[in-house]
Design a protein around this ligand. Structure first.
Ligand code: G3I
Length: 369
């Protein structure tokens, strides 16, 4: 066969492989003309195809979906170039007994990400919830400090170079902006926050280190307190690289001045990220409510894309079939981009449309890890 034809044939196969095989690492948008669908892979442009360089589009990953549901896996790989473990990297799941680690769930997520050219965001190292039962509140401070340090160091070291960013501390503030009353605060004092960042940084100096919270998306008293805390930590040389805005929103309650709020955090010298976005709807989820939900998803994405320091836009699960909302917010649900049968909802179409309206950006896409 003449060389020219061989080259042409290879190019076609190569293009098809790149276009419909999420194995290719993301380079900004994985743009390309829509082609015939490969089993389950959407026969259309996906969110990761259109995401501008420098900003990751991510989703929390439900371990059961990943291990049991091929259609879930295919959509996860096709739509997102970033993933976060919804539960697998929480302390009580990683270390059910002292020194006994259960890495399988977290390792599976890392492996999936590597196979799909996705960046992994680590959630979460120090939190007042999901603490292993064997950590006793009766222990003396030095013992609490030792096990907490061991945990942070062990986990970050294991995933060094494979996790681009960590929620080092999660939900440290109470609604009134004071430090939340937790085992860590009671036993170790307010310095535990700075210590956790220093331990994580020592274990992986290249990882981006975030403080993550909710109810801080708009200009609230809690957001003011978080900004103050971040400024103080950075002034004392604590390696806080970013702030995570969880963004668990209600369809009828948009955050007040989200863009202005993200900008003022960026001006404090940190990256910002939308880390756990979902938009719950009071059931039944009527078409009108789903349109309003779509508007709010679009508003949050537009806010992130308007702030150059916004490096990641992550939804807290992408299908209503595996959302935490119905279990925690009685009477609410339908919070995600895809419905129970993995069909895209108006919110997904709104995000695609918002991305298509974005002016082209120069530069390369986010590099996984
Ligand atoms: O896996 C066990 C299963 O074996 C057992 O049969 C079942 C019944 O007890 O529990 C299952 O574990 C549950 C796990 O979700 C997986 O479904 C835990 O009980 C339940 O507490 C856990 O809830 C998670 C919650 O955090 C607490 O860790 C939610 O899925 C998760 O979406 C939620 O996520 C948090 C973020 O980490 C922090 N920000 C808020 C966000 C929403 O609350």
């Amino acid at each position: 066969m003449p060389v020219v034809l061989i080259a042409a044939a290879l190019a076609v196969v190569g293009l098809a492989r790149v276009r419909h095989n999420p194995e290719a690492p993301p380079a900004g948008g994985d743009a390309g003309a829509a082609g015939p669908a490969v089993s389950g892979v959407p026969d259309r442009q996906t969110l990761r195809d259109l995401m501008p360089p420098g900003v990751r589009i991510g989703s929390a990953v439900d371990g059961r979906g990943l291990s049991l549901d091929p259609a879930y896996r295919t959509l996860l790989g096709a739509e997102f170039n970033g993933i976060t473990a919804e539960n697998a990297m929480k302390w009580r799941n990683l270390e059910p007994a002292p020194g006994v680690h259960a890495w399988t769930g977290a390792d599976q997520i890392i492996e999936f990400a590597q196979q799909h050219g996705q960046a992994v965001y680590g959630h979460t190292l120090v939190w007042h919830s999901d603490v292993p039962k064997w950590v006793s509140p009766d222990w003396p401070p030095e013992r609490i400090r030792a096990v907490l340090r061991e945990h942070v160091t062990t986990v970050v070291s294991r995933y060094r170079g494979r996790v681009w960013g960590w929620d080092v501390v999660n939900e440290v503030l109470d609604e009134d902006g004071t430090l939340r009353d937790t085992l860590w605060l009671r036993k170790l004092g307010p310095g535990y926050v700075a210590d956790a960042f220093r331990w994580a940084h020592a274990a992986d100096p290249a990882a981006r280190l975030f403080i993550n919270d909710y109810g801080v998306e708009g200009r609230t008293r809690k957001a003011d307190a978080l900004l103050q805390l971040v400024r103080e930590l950075r002034r004392s040389g604590v390696p806080v690289d970013g702030v995570g805005f969880q963004s668990h929103l209600r369809w009828d309650q948009p955050p007040r001045d989200l863009v202005g709020n993200l900008r003022r955090f960026a001006q404090a010298g940190v990256s910002v990220a939308v880390t756990e976005l979902d938009v719950r709807v009071a059931l039944p989820a009527t078409p009108a409510k789903l349109e309003q939900q779509a508007k709010l998803y679009r508003q949050v994405l537009r806010a992130c894309l308007a702030v150059p320091a916004c490096v990641s836009f992550t939804v807290w699960g992408f299908t209503d079939a595996r959302s935490w909302i119905p279990g925690y917010h009685r009477g609410y649900g339908a919070a995600c981009l895809f419905d129970d049968s993995l069909a895209p909802k108006p919110a997904h179409a709104a995000l695609l449309d918002e991305l298509r309206r974005q002016p082209p950006r120069s530069g390369t896409g986010p590099s996984p890890g």
